[in-house]
Design a protein around this ligand. Structure first.
Ligand code: GLA
Length: 410
């Protein structure tokens, strides 16, 4: 049907002309989950450039930057007014030097700047939103030297989520500076089903609060404790992968939970390949907090290049058993005790011969393979897995705590 070919060519040219130019998101900005710090959990709207710069100094001095935490994210309430041309300005009282100066300061320290906006008329705290100004805002962020945008979902009556997030993603792409897009619509429109090519992470939960296992209910919204975040995020593991992560919200380590609760919280965020965005005051933290967030062995589980969210394999006697396949045939294995009692149990490796059919296709094969067992919190080798089908490791899982191992095939 050769005579149809010119017609086909004309049709495809026409199609190209009428199709909207749809950019891909900026690629390779989050091939492993993003790591950094955000103002929100500790400071809410009480922020200033002095706080940001002080946190940046602490990020470097404590060694956190070198452990991988590079983004310093300014959440809600940095905004001033729009200028006569509609370009957003920083609040001149909180940021007298201006946002460009903050970005330059962070970049000079090998850090990156994150900023926050909202797809609606106003942000959740009532500041100007990006609706109707998406391209202008993207241009402004690029001019300032911003590297990361958290894009929230308050005040969005009549806004379509897919359209709104695609629009800001396209705007960021057009503005020419690589900016990571952290989507924050709390899972309302199931972004894990449609946003892989739009953003680099999407919130899967309502807001976290600094509590291990209860809800905080306000009129119109509810905050989740650590366990509620885990439970919801756990159902979505097949949707996460290299460059697009499930985000069960920012960390509360160091903000008031007990040390063991903080350790369990941090471990589970690592097991779930969640973004690690610290939320405590880095300028002033306890040794215990520092040891948790600086655990490089644990961070390596989060940042593993296979990029698979951990599998909640089973529950037994009040304990949860989690496995995360790692690059090179290793596994991370975590026993989470979410209860208020210490639990004694005998570990039999043969109960955990599993194949991760849903995501990686990998098997633990404890019946044929022996692994070296490395404790990710004591940093000690603890022998090997056993091929014998009998309980051979007596353990005590402490209340609201974890036992966590890296298993390395011999
Ligand atoms: C929403 C977000 C939070 C935070 C606040 C700021 O609640 O989910 O993470 O950004 O807005 O107002």
């Amino acid at each position: 049907m050769n005579h149809l070919r010119p017609l086909a060519i004309v049709c495809s040219m026409l199609a190209l002309m009428v199709m909207p130019a749809r950019a891909q998101k900026w690629e390779h900005l989050a091939d492993t989950p993003q790591m950094g710090w955000s103002t929100w959990n500790k400071f809410q709207g009480n922020i200033s450039e002095d706080i940001i710069m002080g946190i940046a100094d602490a990020m470097v001095e404590t060694g956190l930057r070198d452990a991988g935490y590079t983004y310093i994210n300014i959440d809600d309430c940095w905004h001033g007014k729009r200028d006569d041309n509609g370009f957003i300005q920083a609040d001149p009282v909180k940021f007298p030097k201006g946002m460009k100066a903050v970005a330059d300061y962070l970049h000079g320290k090998g850090l990156k700047l994150g900023i926050y906006s909202d797809a609606g008329t106003n942000t959740c705290a009532g500041m100007p939103g990006s609706l109707g100004h998406e391209y202008q805002d993207a241009i402004q962020y690029a001019r300032w030297g911003v590297d990361y945008l958290k894009y929230d979902w308050c005040n969005t009556a009549n806004v379509n989520p897919r359209g709104a997030y695609q629009l800001i993603s396209d705007a960021l792409r057009s503005a020419g500076r690589p900016i990571l897009l952290s989507m924050c619509e709390w899972g309302n429109s199931k972004p894990w089903r449609w946003a892989r090519s739009v953003g680099h992470s999407w919130r899967t939960t309502p807001d976290i609060w600094c509590n291990f296992d209860s809800l905080r209910v306000f009129p119109g919204y509810t905050q989740f404790g650590v366990m509620q975040c885990i439970q919801l995020n756990d159902t979505l593991r097949q949707y996460a992968g290299k460059g697009y992560w499930n985000d069960p919200d920012m960390l509360e380590v160091g903000n008031g939970m007990t040390e063991n609760e903080d350790r369990a919280h941090f471990t589970m965020w690592c097991m779930m390949a969640s973004p690690l965005i610290l939320g405590n005051d880095l300028r002033n933290m306890s040794e215990a907090t520092r040891n948790i967030i600086m655990n490089k062995d644990m961070i390596a589980i989060n940042q593993d290049t296979l990029g698979v969210q951990g599998l909640h394999y089973c529950d037994k006697d009040g304990l949860q058993f989690w496995f995360k396949p790692l690059a090179g045939g290793d596994w991370a294995f975590t026993i989470l005790n979410p209860t208020r009692q210490d639990i004694h149990f005998n570990l039999n490796w043969q109960e955990f011969n599993l194949t991760d059919d849903d995501v990686s296709g990998l098997s633990t094969s404890f019946n044929t393979k022996v692994y070296r067992v490395y404790n990710l919190w004591t940093h000690r080798q603890e022998g090997k897995t056993s091929l014998k089908n009998k309980p051979e490791r007596k353990l005590v899982a402490k209340a609201r705590d974890v036992i966590s191992y890296r298993l390395t095939a011999k």
